[in-house]
Structure formats: C-alpha cells, structure tokens
Ligand binder design. Structure first.
Ligand code: NAD
Ligand code: UGA
Length: 461
C-alpha cells in the first residue's frame, strides 16, 4: 500500500528536530510539518517574532524558518494533537548518556524515546510511519515495535530508522546537500514514502536504504570513525611537540593520500559536542554487553585520548606559567564546542576551565554566542565546586578586549573566525608581561603573534 504523506509531526524541537524539519517544510511546501516539544520556553522561542531570538544559532536557519513558518511549518506544545493528525512521526528527542543505574556513564538513556513511543501508541487512531531520527543503540527499533504493536488497537505502525548526520554550525548546508541520507526499514512502502520526501531535493543516488539494524549501527559507527580521526591526529600532536614535527604539516601530508582524505584531521584541544563521546560510550557499552571486550577497549581509547588532550592542554598552561596559576587571571576565548554554534555541550572549554579553577586561577571568559548564565550552568553542572565559588572565580565579559585586560595568558578554545582579526597588539599592551597565548585551535599566525612579543604555544608545534 503506497503512503501519501500530507502531515508530518516531529517530537523534539532541538538542534536536530528544529533545523531538519525547517528544511523539510521549506522543500515540501505541500506537506504540513508540526514540531512539538514539552519544553514550552523552547517552543515559544521558535515562534519568536524576531528571528534572531530562535533557540538555536545556526547560519542560514533564520532564513529557512522565516520562509516556511506559519505557511506549512508550525511549532507547538500540543503534542497529542500533532501525533493524532500526522501520517508520519519523527522522533528527535535527546538520548543522553545514562546518569543512574545499570549502564550509568555509558549506555544511552532511552526514557525519552520510550515515553514518545508510549504516547504515540496511546493517542493514535490512524496508521502511522514512525521514524527514528534520534541516534539510538542498535536494536532500539525492536523495543519501539514491541510497544507500538501491543496496543490492542487496529492501528498499524511502520518503523523506520533515519539517523541524522548534520554537524552543528553547518546544519542547513548539510541538510540541503547531504553526502547521503540513510533510511533503514522493513516495509518497502513505508521506506519509499520517506525516500519520496527526501527525493524532492536530494539526488536519489544519495538516498541509501538498508535494514533497520544496519541503519542504527551505521550512525554510531560514523560518529566513532569521525571522533577516532580527531583523537588519532591529537595523539600525533603530542608527539609533534616532542620531536619538532608540525602537526599541520603531518596532517596535510597524510591527508593528500586519497585513501586517508584531508577532512577531520585538525588537531585541537579535544573534541566536544553532545554526540561523539555519548555515541562512542554507547558503542562501547553495546560491545561489552555482547562480551566483545577487545572491540569495546578499542573504541574506548578514542575517549581516553580525548580526555588526555584536554588535561594536557590545561597542564601545559599551568607549567608554562611558572607552575602556578593561583590568583592569576587567564582569559578564555571561546566556550562553544566549535565555531558558529551557541551549543556548549561537552565543550573542551568546560573541562580546561575546570582544571584551571582547581588550581585557583581567575578566569575571564568571552564567547560571541554563549550567554553568561550558560557558562555558569556548565561549570556548576560538573559539581566540582559550589555555584558561589564558580561565581567568585569566573567572570564573563561581553567584550574580548575587556576579557584579556590584565590577563597573564589567553587560551583560545573555540575557533571563532573573528578571533583572528582582533587587534592583538592592543590586547598585548593591556596584558601582564610576559604575555602568553595558548592556542587550542591553531587559529593565529605564529609569526605575526610572536613578532608582537607574545609567547605563543599552539597544539602540535
Ligand atoms: P536536544 O536536547 O537539543 O533536543 C531534544 C528535544 O526533545 C528537547 O527540546 C526536549 O525538550 C525534547 N523532548 C524530550 N523528550 C520529549 C518528549 N517525550 N516529548 C516532547 N519533547 C521531548 O537534542 P538534539 O541535539 O536535537 O539531539 C536529538 C537526537 O539527535 C539525539 O539522539 C542526538 O544524538 C541526535 N543527533 C544530534 C545531532 C546534533 O548535532 N545535535 C546530530 C545528529 C544526531
Ligand atoms: C558530529 C558529526 O560531524 C555529525 O556528522 C553528526 O551528525 C553529529 O556529530 C552528531 O551525531 O551529533 P558535530 O558534533 O555537530 O557533528 O560537529 P563536528 O564538526 O563533528 O565537531 C565535533 C567536535 O570535533 C568539535 O569540538 C570540533 O571542534 C572537533 N573537531 C572536528 C576537531 O577537533 N578536529 C577536526 O578535524 C574536526
């Protein structure tokens, strides 16, 4: 039976649901797309009259929302109504690492997914295609099936896996021009219904269909491979610092081998973001649950290397500043986990800052897109010290020059393009001497910075 999808509902209006559904609505003006979320403040922000106040900063997003919103794109808290009316339901809720019970610190917490499945089962009166958009452990669809197929009603549910590969900061471009779209499923008509939606703007040879389990596992594997490349080059960055090799030159030399490729070889203070660590931990947990210890240990090393990179960056600051940062002001430029996003989840900056605060440094933070309250929440959530202590040791500046004034050192932790164009001579003039820069993103030009009289340290040089 061919499906005619006229109405789509997406549960979860976050970093994935928001941009993805905005692009679907923009590309399919004849399909009504409703994004629902239980977070009323988030939905209100998606409906903000001023498009600069959307809850997510992502280049190009405001334009897409501006085009489709209230035409065929709607943001609502009426979850049951949207489920009832939809032909196709995307589940795009968060799947964080479990912080309690069995699998604590490793497994994905699927409570939000299960709540969605139960709600869909409870309120649906017509047949639905249910699409897993969230990143899920392999075989989650079996649990969804079990919940949806045991409702006792005559409603039919078809489950598809359609993991999302967008990266933050380039989400709109990634969605408009994806390397591939992956759709896993069992019912060919349901698969084709989703293929037909993407085919409006994605060439069909880039729409790949697989079985459910391959699709679920491919998403975890893709993130594990990407993160592994970053940890691999970061491991070499430490060796470069000892041997006189330059990690950028090494990355270029190996990246020109078409079998290796040039992307994801940028040495850094460590990868962050909501997914790399979470998804690898999940992969490790799944491997251990099948008693595949070698597989688990292999992938776990990617995380251990990443933790090491963050620690050694912070340790290097302490050592270089004559083995103490107690009472010294250190300016942190960049708090987001990468440029062009306001997302700070698992950002390396949080952990570097925490390490320096343990040594009683005074931090002054500037990020062009992250508000002060978010920075304090990120530190408070670590529970390393109480909120009052974080407030007294950390100031947040709205101006980068103010953040660097009287600082002993500047640490660059996010690769915001604007940092390159700062008046570094002016910054140095107002810093304590000797003035240090610790560049965790290899953003600045060594020659130019050293000619101004800075002591310049960059990862992998
Ligand atoms: P997010 O936290 O930004 O958004 C999830 C939203 O779901 C939240 O707004 C939350 O309120 C809502 N929600 C949770 N349970 C709900 C329920 N029962 N009913 C209604 N709303 C509910 O998360 P995200 O970054 O968008 O990630 C979502 C999923 O996509 C995760 O599985 C993640 O691994 C995956 N993913 C994320 C990215 C990314 O770049 N952030 C990329 C690819 C895949
Ligand atoms: C990543 C993947 O790239 C997406 O394909 C995937 O959909 C997404 O995770 C997800 O599942 O959430 P994202 O985390 O948004 O996307 O951003 P990336 O560009 O992958 O960067 C992740 C982290 O690695 C950042 O902290 C970045 O600074 C760091 N990184 C990246 C490096 O340090 N070096 C590099 O060469 C590349």
């Amino acid at each position: 039976m061919a499906f005619n999808v006229k109405k789509i509902c997406c549960i979860g209006a976050g970093y994935v649901g928001g941009p993805t559904m905005s692009v679907v609505a923009q590309q399919c003006p004849d399909i009504e797309v409703t994004l629902v979320d239980m977070n009323t403040a988030r939905i209100a922000a998606w409906n903000a009259a001023d498009l600069n106040e959307l809850p997510i900063y992502e280049p190009g997003l405001a334009e897409v929302v501006g085009e489709a919103r209230n035409r065929n794109l709607f943001f609502s808290t009426e979850i049951e109504k949207a489920i009832q009316e939809a032909d196709m339901i995307f589940i795009s809720v968060n799947t964080p690492t479990k912080n309690y019970g069995k699998g604590k610190g490793m497994a994905a917490d699927l409570k939000f997914i299960e709540l969605c499945a139960r709600q869909i089962a409870e309120v649906s009166t017509t047949d639905k295609i249910v699409v897993e958009k969230s990143t899920l452990p392999v075989r989650t669809a079996a649990a969804l099936k079990s919940i949806l197929h045991n409702t006792g009603s005559a409603v039919n549910f078809h489950i598809l896996s359609n993991p999302e590969f967008l990266a933050e900061g380039t989400a709109i471009q990634d969605l408009l021009n994806p390397d591939r779209v992956l759709i896993g499923g069992e019912n060919e008509d349901a698969i084709q219904a989703l293929v037909a939606i993407y085919a409006r703007w994605v060439p069909t040879d880039r729409i790949l269909t697989t079985n459910l389990w391959s699709s679920e596992l491919s998403k975890l594997t893709a993130n594990a491979f990407l993160a592994q490349r970053v940890s691999s080059i970061n491991s070499i960055s430490e060796l470069c610092e000892k041997t006189g090799a330059n990690v950028e030159e090494v990355a270029k030399a190996i990246g020109m081998d078409s079998r290796i490729g040039a992307k994801f070889l940028k040495a850094s203070v460590g990868f962050g973001g909501s997914c790399f660590q979470k998804d690898i931990l999940n992969l490790v947990y799944i491997a251990r649950s099948y008693n595949l210890q070698e597989v688990a240990n292999y992938w776990e090393q990617v995380i251990l290397m990443n933790d090491h990179q963050k620690h050694r960056f912070a340790d290097n600051i302490i050592q270089t500043l004559f083995n103490t940062v107690n009472g010294k002001k250190i300016a942190i430029l960049g708090w987001a986990f990468k440029k062009d996003t306001n997302d700070t989840r698992e950002s390396a900056a949080i952990y570097v800052a925490d390490h320096l605060l343990n040594e009683m440094a005074n931090l002054s933070v500037y990020d062009p897109k992250v508000p002060a309250e978010k920075i304090y929440i990120d530190l408070d959530n670590l529970n390393t010290r109480n909120a009052a202590e974080n407030q007294s040791l950390v100031t947040v500046s709205a101006d980068p020059y103010e953040a660097c004034k009287d600082a002993h050192a500047v640490a660059i932790l996010t690769e915001w393009d604007a940092f390159k164009d700062y008046d570094w001579a002016k910054i140095k003039a107002h810093m304590k001497k000797p003035a240090f820069i610790f560049d965790g993103r290899k953003l600045l030009n060594r020659q130019q910075i050293e000619s101004l009289g800075f002591n310049y340290y960059a990862i992998g040089e």
